[in-house]
Design a protein around this ligand. Structure first.
Ligand SMILES: C[S@@+](CC[C@H](N)C(=O)[O-])C[C@H]1O[C@@H](n2cnc3c(N)ncnc32)[C@H](O)[C@@H]1O
Length: 214
């Protein structure tokens, strides 16, 4: 079922994410910077959390509208917005409820397509919010194979989504992006932690996917 409520209310996860986002490994911070490099124009960021990305936006940007429906996190995102190198406005809509008068030049998703109820329908909506030729920048942990896939499926069926704000570890996010109509123009995978670490969210996909101009 898509998220039809206009908020996300998750006090436990808000506390956990406030701590985690303040203690990220340098690998993740480097990937965030890379994910945002070269952006320009008007940008929509989906599920901004505490606003960790804001410090990494290039000053070539005109404006960022950041959607964050968990109000405890939105307060922290608002504070981060005040220190950002570019103008950032916060909306407390869910992405499903968010509408805009003008299309965006780019949309940023980081560590969020794991947490929405229906990534396929959210990605189709994001496609429609972009101007033709506009781009989706994504940095998402992804489904693994073999023993890690088994671990992810167990995590997703048990406590992981409940403890971590509806996060699902075994999502084929790159395939879902293509299915929504995007053309991937540059993508790679990287282990944010050594491959032997038995965590379900150690491998990330980073990429640029375009809404075709035609
Ligand atoms: C793991 S956090 C990542 C935060 C941020 N994107 C980052 O890179 O640090 C996932 C975020 O997605 C938000 N979220 C969950 N469901 C959402 C929805 N339906 N619409 C918009 N944001 C949502 C959560 O409130 C949370 O802030």
């Amino acid at each position: 079922m898509p998220n039809t409520s206009n908020t996300v209310d998750n006090p436990f996860f808000a506390r956990v994410w406030t701590v985690m986002s303040g203690h990220e490994p340098e690998t993740v911070r480097r990937l965030r910077r890379e994910n945002l490099a070269g952006l320009s124009g008007r940008v929509l960021e989906v599920g901004a959390g505490t606003g960790t990305n804001f410090a990494f936006y290039p000053t070539t940007l005109q404006q960022v509208i950041a959607v964050e429906p968990e109000r405890r996190l939105a307060v922290l995102a608002q504070r981060a917005a005040e220190d950002a190198p570019v103008p950032v406005s916060i909306s407390t809509d869910t992405v499903e409820q968010f509408t805009a008068d003008e299309p965006f030049d780019a949309i940023v998703c980081s560590l969020v397509l794991c947490s929405v109820d229906e990534p396929g329908s959210v990605l189709r909506q994001l496609f429609s919010l972009l101007r033709p030729g506009g781009e989706l920048r994504y940095l998402e942990h992804i489904a693994g194979t073999g023993a890690r896939a088994r671990l992810q499926k167990i995590a997703d069926a048990t406590v992981w989504p409940r403890l971590l704000g509806n996060c699902h570890t075994h999502r084929h996010t790159e395939a879902t992006i293509v299915d929504a109509g995007f053309e991937v123009q540059g993508a790679r995978r990287e282990w944010a932690m050594p491959a032997w670490v038995p965590l379900p969210v150690a491998e990330f996909a980073i990429g640029r996917a375009v809404r075709p101009a035609g």
